[in-house]
Every structure is written in structure tokens, then in C-alpha cells.
Design a protein around this ligand. Structure first.
Ligand SMILES: Nc1ncnc2c1ncn2[C@@H]1O[C@H](COP(=O)(O)OP(=O)(O)OP(=O)(O)O)[C@@H](O)[C@H]1O
Ligand SMILES: [Mg+2]
Length: 485
């Protein structure tokens, strides 16, 4: 007896259809899974057998072969448990095979038959919908996520419920998709930052034009504090953007079940010991890295010079292209990675540089090694570099600054203006820029970066032409000579 269940394999952030065939034959009782299962998928045998008996269903005492087709595609993870169990139940006629064929299924089984969520449910649900299926059997916790894909999820807590549902004895409650994008930002607020007007202004420009920003200065000046507040002033994500980010977070398994739709710009801050694969993506699978988790949001590299050099170099390609291309034996994977990069750093290893009241004790060699870590090419990718002074007592006692909501209200129209029609470069501004190219000097990329930043400054001012003042402000965010350029 043969029965089929439909499920999906994750390849990067895409889903491919997989047919789970269960075949029962007479003979010595045995259970085999074929079709390139990985270790976790192979172990489904134990969970499925135990889950079926715990659900008070019958484990067929026959020769059971489960084939996962297409056989050439690697099957990873525990999401095949539910479809395998259902295919076995259908093959032994404990659930109607024709009804099972109308559904896609995904989910991990516990030994007691309970269903557990797995990564990538939204991607699997979208693929099922595109294949013309209207219902997805999935763990209860994953149902709101699946509903985002425009498919009707059948939320299940236990394998017994799946059996009862397929036999027509149980109808679960319909599931509402997760709420639409909310505009109210949460997270830390800019109002808590005292003083540091220049850095605040740089964050506003960065948010409006999606510019990369580097905050440099002595310890305890609020660099990390400011960087963490950038997502709160970014324009909210549209529904399409939110779904795009949600897919990536779901595949990596960082989507909180309580908030299945990532409707705010994400914020990622990998530790400086992170490997290149963790930051840009890779490994078997391959799996998206931090740069893709930060897609449409902010990637903070706190203490930038502490990161391993290969990690910093690996960032150059996604920074340029807005995506990560990973070559694998099995082909190429591409993950979106369009993020605003924020770096923070001290001006020197001992941290005293840039603080007028302290004396830097770093040797010239140490200083040279420190700035050499940041290659010119990487530094060139920061449109805005702010050398932050230590706050004065007076500033720290000042009343709270502008709140994130107030800044965001200025950022939103400016962001739209830069996207729709970039301000034109006025004649005088062009002359100023030409003088800067010769005097600083500026590389061709440096010039383009200054121009981009100047366009954002103009958009924030509501101007349609870039004036010399806008170029001058953009030029003031070029890296200072202390950073070795
Ligand atoms: N401008 C500021 N306004 C209000 N609080 C501040 C400011 N700067 C620093 N602080 C306080 O000091 C703490 C440390 O700041 P933060 O971690 O941002 O410093 P940092 O510049 O990142 O230092 P380091 O170089 O050591 O990482 C903050 O949690 C905050 O309480
Ligand atoms: Mg810090």
C-alpha cells in the first residue's frame, strides 16, 4: 500500500516541493527512510514511531519504506516528521489518503506526539500556495506565520489532532494572519541621549538616505547608545518589506512565535568574535548570516577594529551589491542584504585619543596596526564618519533631546524624496565638490559618497537642488586624518 504527503525542503531561503511516499509491504517489520535525509531527518524514524503510538494510533507492523522525492535534494531538519507520520498513517488507511493529498504538511514531532515548530514555515506555506494547495497542516505556534502566506493553516498541537482532522472529526479554529505593520516604534529612544548633536544629526542623515555611519571617539561617549537608537528613526517597513525580512528570520529560526511578522527595521549586533560565515552567511544549507538578518534594518559592528580582518573584508561585497552571493558545490545561493552599517570605534587602542583631558599612551606601531585593521576600502564605504567628543558636564545635565518619533517624522518624507527624485546638483555646489576632490583629495568613490550624502542633506532641508551648504555638511563627515586616511 502506498500513500503520499506533500512538504517542502528549504534551500537557502527558498522552498522546493518534496513528496513523502510511504510504502507498506508484507515481511519482517522494518522502517527505512531514503532520499538523502540528513541526520536530523533520519532520526525522524524514532520520533514518528513513538509519536504515532502516543497518539493512540497504530504503528503498522510491516516493512515500511519512506521515500523523500526528489531523491537528489538534501533533506535537512526535523520538519519532515509530520508529513512522514501522516504518509505512514495514510498508507495504513488510518487517515484517508485522498484528503491528505489536498494538504501540505510541516512540523517536528515529540516522542509524546506533540507538534513543535520548525524554521521556514512561511516559506513552505508560500510555496504550497503557489503549488495550488489551500491548506497547510502545521504546529499550532507556526499557524499565524503560515497565515501570512495567504494559505489556510490547520493549527495542530498533537498528532492525534491531525488524525482526527483528516478523518473529519475535528475542525480547528480559523487563524488570523499576524497584524499589519505597526508604525509605533519601540526599543530605546533618542531622548535618552544628552548632547552629541553632531552624532545625532549624522544618524538622522543616515536614516533618511540609508548611509553607513561610523562613530569614533573615546570610551563612554554614547557611541553604542546612539547606534542602538538608529532602527527607531528608520521609516517603518512596508508589508512587502516586512514579509521579505520575515522569510529570512523564519528560515534562520530567530522569529519569535509571539511576533511572527517582523514589521520594524531589524537590528543585529553580532559580537566581534563572530566568524565570517556567521556574519555574511554560509555553512551547509547554506544559511543566511547577520547581514541578511539585518536586511532593511541596521547592522551594528560595535568596536569595529576588534572584528577579525576576514570578516571585515567579507562585508565589502554585500555592502556594494546589497546581497550576498555564496558559491556552493550544489550551485549558488543569493541572500538579500541591504542594511545600514553602523560601526563604532575608539580613536586608538587605549581609547584616550580624541579626549583633550587624557594623554594617549599608544606606541606608533600600535596606532599603525589599529588603523591598518580598517582597510581604506572599508573606511571608504562609510558615507558619514563622526568623531565624537567626550560630553561636557553641562551637556549631560541638559534636558532630554528630541525623541525618536520626532526625528522619524522628519526622516520619513526625506527618505521618500531621495528615493523618488534625487535632488539635482547646483552649479556652485558642483564647484565646491570639484575643489574638494582636488584638495582633500577624494577618490571617485569618495566623491560619489559625498554627493549621495549631500543629496540626503538637501532632501532633509526640503530642497530640490543641492546647495554648497549641503555639500559642505556632507564633506564634514569625511574620515578625520587620525583614522589614517
Ligand atoms: N551622551 C550621553 N547621554 C546620556 N548618557 C550617556 C551619554 N554617553 C554615555 N552615556 C551613558 O554612558 C553609558 C555608556 O555609553 P556607551 O556604551 O554608549 O559608550 P561608548 O561610547 O560605546 O563607549 P565604549 O567606547 O567604551 O564602548 C551609557 O549606557 C549611558 O548610560
Ligand atoms: Mg561601546
Amino acid at each position: 500500500m502506498l500513500a503520499r504527503a506533500l512538504t517542502h525542503a528549504l534551500v537557502g531561503i527558498e522552498a522546493r516541493a518534496v513528496e513523502v511516499e510511504a510504502h507498506l509491504q508484507n515481511g519482517v517489520p522494518a522502517f527505512a527512510i531514503v532520499g538523502l535525509p540528513d541526520k536530523a531527518c533520519q532520526e525522524a524514524k524514532e520520533r514518528v514511531r513513538s509519536g504515532i503510538t502516543s497518539a493512540e494510533l497504530e504503528w503498522p507492523l510491516r516493512r515500511i519504506t519512506v521515500n523523500l522525492a526528489p531523491a537528489g535534494l538534501r533533506k535537512e531538519g526535523s520538519g519532515y516528521d509530520l508529513p512522514i507520520a501522516l504518509a505512514v498513517l495514510a498508507a495504513s488507511r488510518q487517515v484517508p489518503p485522498e484528503r491528505l493529498a489536498e494538504h501540505a504538511a510541516v512540523g517536528e514531532l515529540g516522542l509524546d506526539g506533540r507538534l513543535r515548530p520548525v524554521p521556514g514555515v512561511i516559506v513552505a506555506a508560500e510555496a504550497a500556495r503557489r503549488a495550488g494547495l489551500r491548506r497547510l497542516l502545521c504546529p499550532h505556534e507556526s499557524a499565524p506565520e503560515a497565515a501570512l502566506a495567504g494559505i489556510a493553516p490547520i493549527p495542530l498541537r498533537h498528532l492525534a489532532e491531525a488524525g482526527a482532522y483528516l478523518r473529519g472529526r475535528y475542525e480547528p479554529e480559523p487563524v488570523e494572519p499576524a497584524s499589519s505593520p505597526s508604525r509605533n516604534g519601540s526599543g530605546p529612544d533618542l531622548a535618552e541621549v544628552r548632547g552629541q548633536e553632531r552624532a545625532r544629526r549624522a544618524l538622522e542623515i543616515a536614516a533618511a538616505g540609508r548611509h553607513n555611519v561610523l562613530l569614533a571617539g573615546p570610551p563612554g561617549t554614547g557611541k553604542t547608545m546612539l547606534a542602538r537608537r538608529l532602527p527607531g528613526i528608520l521609516p517603518p517597513l512596508t508589508l512587502d518589506e516586512a514579509l521579505e525580512v520575515t522569510r529570512i528570520h523564519s528560515v534562520v529560526g530567530v522569529l519569535p512565535p509571539s511576533r511572527p511578522l517582523v514589521d520594524r527595521p531589524p537590528f543585529r549586533a553580532p559580537h566581534h568574535t563572530a566568524s565570517a560565515a556567521a556574519v555574511v552567511g554560509g555553512g551547509p544549507g547554506p544559511r543566511p548570516g547577520e547581514v541578511s538578518l539585518a536586511h532593511r534594518g541596521v547592522l551594528l559592528l560595535d568596536e569595529l577594529p576588534e572584528f577579525h580582518r576576514p570578516v571585515l573584508e567579507a562585508l565589502r561585497q554585500p555592502l556594494e551589491d546589497g546581497c550576498v552571493a555564496i558559491a556552493r558545490v550544489a550551485g549558488q545561493a543569493s541572500f538579500p542584504a541591504r542594511f545600514v552599517l553602523v560601526g563604532t570605534m575608539n580613536m586608538c587602542p587605549c581609547g584616550a585619543r580624541g579626549d583633550p583631558s587624557l594623554e594617549c599612551r599608544c606606541s606608533p606601531q600600535k596606532l599603525a596596526a589599529y588603523s591598518a585593521k580598517l582597510s581604506r576600502a572599508l573606511l571608504d564605504r562609510f558615507d558619514l564618519v563622526v568623531a565624537m567628543p567626550r560630553s561636557r558636564a553641562r551637556e549631560l545635565d541638559a534636558p532630554p533631546g528630541e525623541a525618536s518619533g520626532v526625528v522619524r517624522a522628519r526622516v520619513e518624507p526625506a527618505a521618500e524624496a531621495v528615493r523618488e527624485a534625487r535632488p539635482r546638483l547646483g552649479r556652485e555646489a558642483r564647484e565646491l565638490l570639484a575643489r574638494a576632490v582636488d584638495a582633500l583629495p577624494l577618490s571617485a568613490r569618495g566623491r560619489a559618497r559625498v554627493l549621495r550624502a549631500a543629496a540626503t542633506v538637501a532632501a532633509l532641508a526640503g530642497a530640490v537642488t543641492i546647495e554648497p551648504a549641503h555639500v559642505a555638511e556632507a564633506l564634514s563627515y569625511r574620515p578625520p586624518p587620525e583614522l589614517g586616511t
